[in-house]
Write a new protein. Structure first.
Length: 438
């Protein structure tokens, strides 16, 4: 957890205080259920809640001091509670094992983290839609392999990002449902010393589903899928960040991050305006993806349980969710304030002498009876002259001066194939697919 890349609400989920409060609720709800079953006195459950309702401060140093002796975090916590509650606390944890508390707590934390991340995605989607609609018909050059291809619109670029993050939202909703399970099944998960009704009660109280077979721990395939989903979202962040970084290059300069008054781009060169936020997002995405492999490796535990996963999850639970929360919020801010340069887009679009219309001429020649091979040859030989002139020559004019081309196409036919609007005629269809009918 790096404070520089942490936001308060998400970071608060992973504090020791938050964890111990969830532990208490799990234990107290379990004690309620045990009391209803007649396993422990009702006074025991009442005593726990009576103390809890006084809003006690969680004394983390005191719990840590006990753990320094016991070398066991759950026992240390139970001991501290017992010291505060008194004799009735001895009925806590009846028939339970540490994993019942730890795994169920982690499920609660990851579910709560998911709710924050889903809200982050909703905010990002709203900004992407607004910006996409604003630039729905802002023509720009589409690139393949980094090379000018054919015209698109800047709105379409953002619509693609919207569709991708909408898929990510659906993935996260599914991952949240998958991870939000409760296990209160006792040693090796057989319920030998605790009734399944206790698990059902705790699950309902904590807003979780019941884990069908917990084997003492919740199976880690759930966690692997969860962190893999976070990794995919991080990759989508990097994809959009990389696009913006390219567009901000001096030679391109079709869009750039907002540069605030007083901001400095370089300690040495006063003229610099660097894409620092999107570069930062690229690095943060790498970190989130870095937690996916450890989560996958956690799936293969020994027999009914071991704790090889425990140390890993103490890292990746807080770090992955906190980092992704920060990254999504940062990306939302970048898109919200993104400075777009339509005039530069138009200039770049026209930079190479009309080469972006070459396919239309190729198709027109084939429809006029010229073989595809000859059509390609005719268009390419003129296009290469434009390419070699660095766009100083015009593809349209060269084609109109080529007798083999004009033998098949009239001058008017050739000029018609250089209409920019032709490439934008289905933008509305794509927008309707992404955002629904206007």
């Amino acid at each position: 957890m790096v404070p520089r890349y942490s936001r308060p609400a998400m970071a608060a989920l992973w504090t020791p205080e938050a964890r111990f409060r969830i532990w208490f609720e799990i234990e107290a709800h379990a004690t309620d259920a045990l009391a209803d079953l007649g396993v422990v006195p009702k006074e025991a459950a009442a005593a726990l809640w009576a103390w809890w309702n006084t809003n006690p401060e969680i004394d983390v140093p005191a719990i840590d001091a006990i753990e320094a002796v016991t070398k066991h975090d759950v026992i240390a916590f139970l001991t501290w509670v017992a010291d505060n509650v008194g004799d009735q606390a001895r009925f806590m944890h009846q028939g339970m094992t540490s994993s019942d508390v730890l795994d169920t707590c982690l499920s609660v934390q990851l579910a709560q983290a998911s709710d924050i991340l889903i809200a982050d995605l909703d905010a990002l989607l709203a900004v992407l839609e607004r910006k996409a609609r604003e630039h729905k018909l802002t023509a720009t050059i589409g690139r393949s392999h980094g090379i000018h291809a054919e015209p698109v619109t800047f709105g379409l670029k953002l619509a693609q990002a919207y569709a991708e993050f909408a898929r990510n939202r659906a993935r996260l909703v599914a991952a949240r449902a998958d991870i939000a399970t409760c296990a209160i099944s006792g040693a090796v998960g057989t319920f030998a010393n605790i009734d399944p009704a206790v698990e059902a009660h705790v699950a309902a109280k904590m807003g979780l589903a019941i884990e069908p077979v917990s084997t003492q721990v919740i199976p880690r395939d759930r966690h692997a899928m969860y962190f893999a989903t976070l990794g995919v979202i991080a990759s989508s962040i990097e994809r959009l960040a990389t696009e913006i970084r390219h567009l901000q290059r001096t030679e391109v300069l079709e869009a750039e991050e907002f540069f605030s008054p007083g901001q400095k781009g370089s300690s040495a060169m006063p003229h610099k305006r660097n894409p620092v936020l999107t570069e930062n997002l690229t690095g943060l995405a790498r970190m989130v993806r870095g937690y996916v492999t450890p989560a996958l490796e956690n799936v293969a535990l020994w027999h009914e349980r071991d704790i090889s996963h425990s140390s890993v999850e103490r890292y990746i639970g807080p770090d992955a969710t906190i980092t992704l929360d920060f990254a999504l919020a940062r990306l939302t801010g970048v898109i919200d304030k993104l400075v777009v340069y339509p005039a530069r887009m138009e200039k770049n679009l026209n930079k190479m002498g009309g080469l972006v219309h070459s396919q239309r001429v190729l198709l027109a020649l084939t429809q006029a009876g010229v073989s595809r091979e000859d059509s390609y040859r005719l268009v390419q030989r003129n296009a290469m002259k434009v390419w070699d002139s660095d766009g100083e020559l015009s593809l349209m004019e060269l084609l109109k001066a080529d007798p083999e081309v004009t033998a098949a196409l009239s001058v008017a036919d050739i000029e018609d194939k250089f209409d920019l609007g032709y490439h934008l005629k289905h933008v509305d269809t794509i927008f309707d697919r992404v955002f629904g009918p206007a």
